[in-house]
Design a protein around this ligand. Structure first.
Ligand SMILES: Nc1ncnc2c1ncn2[C@@H]1O[C@H](COP(=O)(O)OP(=O)(O)O)[C@@H](O)[C@H]1O
Ligand SMILES: [Mg+2]
Length: 305
């Protein structure tokens, strides 16, 4: 899979304040990547730098291998984006809006206009006036407009903001289709975890301008990341021994139990080791955590640091 977006140590400082702090990540073709974070986390600022609306203070961004700093035109050519609400002529049809927009770009054929209309599922309504469109349909027209020049990368800042549940579902489906069928790399942002987990392949959690965690949604939901709870006779000894065996594991003590994250395969090994060390085990059980709980774990832990 080809890397289409690459951020290298991207930072932004405004009036002496670091708003974005050393972002490093890559996004491949066919992948939907989500920026998740509360208001003020830096989602829009990061997106504005990726689409070239704002200069970065440090680092570089490569789009399909082209540097935004050194090869701006080549890099930007590969991007389609909606950052602020797209401007539409409400008294023209969706189709005439696209034609109008296509005129401002190089080499957009009539066939391409029809193609993007199909892609966003507006075939039925494209000749109706935009003022009769629902917010979701306007959003889709905006996406169609940003796709006219056949970009490889699509970037949407809070695309589901203000939409009703049906509209959200539609947008989600079109975004997944663009990644899966067209092989585009897509960045979306949101402050809602529930929405991101349905739309994204990976989620990067932004907090105070830092990317504090990147998780694959599949991995996140997979069994491999289940938590285990063990009841033992000597909690202190068990905690120390566990930490010495698995330095990466951060066990928590709760109600006389040891709670930690571990691969399923390692549990029988751990039980044998504990037994060999003379630690008595009364109970071992798997405690599943929802994505929501894990997300809170991650954000709360970092808040303290
Ligand atoms: N032009 C600017 N000048 C000063 N501060 C800014 C500017 N743009 C954004 N910020 C600050 O940067 C932080 C991140 O903002 P933003 O990227 O809009 O967050 P988000 O989109 O995640 O809500 C906020 O604290 C915001 O006040
Ligand atoms: Mg924003």
């Amino acid at each position: 899979m080809k890397t289409l977006i690459q951020l290298e140590n991207v930072s932004k400082t405004i009036k002496g304040k670091k708003i974005i702090d050393s972002l490093n990540f890559t996004i491949r073709e066919g992948e939907v990547f989500g920026f998740l974070g509360p208001n003020g986390a830096g989602k829009t600022t990061t997106i504005r730098m990726i689409v070239g609306l704002m200069k970065m203070s440090e680092g570089d961004i490569l789009i399909s291998g082209h540097s935004i700093r050194d090869e701006f035109k080549e890099a930007i050519h590969h991007i389609g984006a909606i950052v602020e609400n797209p401007e539409m002529y409400k008294f023209l049809s969706g189709y005439d809006n696209l034609k109008q927009y296509a005129r401002m770009q190089k080499n957009v054929s009539r066939e391409r206009i029809d193609e993007v209309v199909k892609l966003v599922g507006l075939d039925d309504r494209i000749h109706d006036k935009v003022k009769t469109y629902s917010l979701g349909m306007r959003q889709r027209l905006g996406i169609a407009q940003s796709l006219l020049h056949s970009p490889k990368v699509l970037i949407l800042d809070e695309p589901t903001n203000g939409l009703d549940p049906a509209g959200i579902k539609e947008i989600r489906q079109y975004i997944r289709d663009l990644a899966e069928k067209e092989g585009m790399a897509v960045i979306v942002s949101s402050h809602l975890l529930s929405e991101m987990e349905m739309m994204c392949d990976r989620i990067g959690i932004l907090q105070k301008g830092k990317m504090i965690d990147v998780q694959s949604v599949k991995g996140w939901l997979a069994e491999g990341v289940d938590m285990y709870s063990i009841e033992v006779d000597d909690l202190e000894a068990a905690t120390m021994y566990l930490k010495s065996l698995f330095p990466d594991v951060a066990p928590e003590n709760s109600k006389g139990r040891l709670i930690f994250e571990m691969d399923k395969e390692q549990i029988p090994i751990l039980i044998r080791l504990f037994a060999g060390k003379g630690i008595s085990i009364y109970e071992v059980k798997k405690v599943s955590k929802s994505l929501e709980e894990r997300f809170l774990d991650i954000t709360e832990k970092r808040e303290v640091v």
